[in-house]
Design a protein around this ligand. Structure first.
Ligand code: ZN
Length: 125
């Protein structure tokens, strides 16, 4: 059964409207059950919104480690970019690696390339 979330512009409440079929939905006049206003704004359903990016700068080192261990290269790339910003001291390879991870390349591949290209000038913290 299709369900739609609306925000009523008259009374300001969020309302859920249910329809038996999609054609019912198409032909229906969407009415606020609280105040009978038809001035409703469709809210985009939660699943359609891309998940808000996490604020990695507030993560503990344990949490960061768990992101690395998750093997989710997009998350790792995003984390690298958030934490280091555009710090030029990290070198172009680092930023390139973060960008490639964000695009979904495998961590193994990016790590290998990175290690191969930056063996000579690795900086110690
Ligand atoms: Zn209302």
């Amino acid at each position: 059964m299709p369900a739609y979330e609306y925000r009523c512009n008259n009374c300001g409440r969020n309302v859920s409207l249910f329809y038996k079929t999609y054609s019912d939905y198409d032909s229906a006049t969407h009415t606020c059950p609280h105040c009978q206003s038809t001035d409703l704004t469709r809210l985009i359903s939660r699943v359609a919104i891309s998940k808000p990016s996490r604020d990695y700068s507030k993560m503990s080192s344990d949490e960061m480690l768990s992101v690395f261990e998750s093997g989710d290269s997009r998350a790792v790339g995003e984390m690298m970019q958030q934490i280091t910003g555009n710090d030029p001291s990290l070198g172009a390879e680092y930023h390139e690696a973060a960008e490639r991870l964000r695009k979904g390349e495998s961590m193994e591949k990016v790590e290998r390339d990175l290690a191969a290209s930056s063996k000579a000038d690795s900086t110690t913290p």
